[in-house]
Design a protein around this ligand. Structure first.
Ligand SMILES: [Zn+2]
Length: 84
């Protein structure tokens, strides 16, 4: 596990907690893991928008916050929505 990915991983685990109130199912059959991934991405994106004064495109955001490839399309979408 790469320590640089800890913020995303912690936010992902928080996503599970928000969905199941302490129970942390990691099965992806019901979309639990993709829910947790989306939660984590939005959580970090919210932090970026609120506290990070650096203007980044979505690729810069992914690099800086070590966002996993599996949610890069969603990150691109968030930046497109922000631009509107
Ligand atoms: Zn998970």
């Amino acid at each position: 596990m790469d320590p640089k990915e800890f913020p995303f991983i912690i936010a992902h685990e928080l996503g599970h907690t928000m969905l199941y109130r302490g129970n942390l199912p990691h099965d992806n059959k019901n979309g639990n893991d993709s829910f947790a991934d989306r939660y984590a991405l939005r959580f970090i994106f919210e932090y970026y928008q609120t506290y990070d004064k650096e203007t980044l495109d979505y690729k810069g955001f992914i690099t800086k916050y070590h966002i996993p490839d599996r949610v890069s399309k969603l990150a691109e979408h968030l930046f497109k929505m922000k631009a509107k």
